[in-house]
Design a protein around this ligand. Sequence first.
Ligand code: NDP
Ligand code: 8X3
Length: 252
Amino acid sequence: MKKIILITGATSGFGKAITYTFAAAGWNCIITGRRKERLDTIATDLQTKYAIQILSLVFDVQDRKTVADTLSNLPEEWQAIDVLVNNAGLALGRDSFENANLDDWDTMMDTNVKGLMYVTKAIIPFMISRKKGHIINIGSTAGKEVYKDGNAYCASKHAVDAISKAMRIDLLPHHIKVTTIHPGAAETEFSIVRFKGDTSKADAVYNGYHALQAEDIANITYYTATLPEHVCINDLVVTCTSQANSFYLQKD
Ligand code: NDP
Ligand code: 8X3
C-alpha cells in the first residue's frame, strides 16, 4: 500500500519541493494551501508523471473551524497519514519593534504558530488510532536565535521549536515521531512575501552566496521521513555552507 503524506503550504518553496520529492518516490500526497490554481496545476502535473494520487485541499491554516472541518472529514482512504509536514508559514516585514505592524504580527503568529497547532490537532487522532505517524515541523534558524528586526517572526519560530518539543513528549505514548527542521536562508518566495512584493529587496537577501534551495530541504525531509521505524531525528539545523547562524553570513 502506498504511503500518505500531508504537506501544508505546498503551493510554493519548500512545500512544493517536498511534494515533488515524495510524489517521485511513489507516495500519495495531500497538498494544501490558499492558492487553488497552483494546487490544481501541481496535482495535474504529478498525477501525469507518477502513478500516485493527489488530494488538494484549499484552506487558510489560520481559520480554525475550516481546518478542523476539512481535516477531520478526510475521505476514509486518505486518513492513514504516515507523515504530516507543517510547513505553511511566512514572515511579514522586517521592522524594529516600535515600527512593526500589528496586523503583520497577528498574521505571523496566527499562521506559523496557531495554524500549525490547528492542523496537527486535527491530524493526530488518525495517527493515534494507528499507533504511529511522523510530524515534521518546519522551524527556522530564527527559532534558535533572535536577530535585529526579527521580533515576531523569531518569536513565532521559537514557539514552533517549543511546541515541537512539547509534541514529542506528549505524543510519546502513541509512538508518534516529531522532527523539527530549522533551515537558514533559503531562496524561495519567502523574501518576496516578507518584503510584500519588493523583488529588489528580496533578491538582495540571496545575492553574493549560494543560499539553500527548496530541493535541499525536500531531500532532507525525505531522509528524515524514511529512516527505520525505531529511529527519529528530533531536531535539525540546516544552513548553506556560507551561513554559520542568523548572525554570520559570508558574502564573497
Ligand atoms: P514560500 O513563500 O515559498 O511558501 C510558503 C507556503 O506557505 C506557501 O505554499 C503558502 O501557500 C503557504 N502559506 C502561507 N500562509 C498560509 C496560510 N495562512 N494558510 C495556508 N498556507 C499558507 O516560503 P518557504 O517555502 O520558504 O516557507 C515555508 C516555511 O519555511 C515557512 O514556515 C517559513 O517560515 C519557513 N522557513 C523559510 C526559510 C527561508 O529562508 N525561505 C528559512 C527557514 C524557515 P499559499 O500562499 O498558497 O497559501
Ligand atoms: C527564514 C530565515 O534568516 O530570514 O526563516 O530568519 S531568516
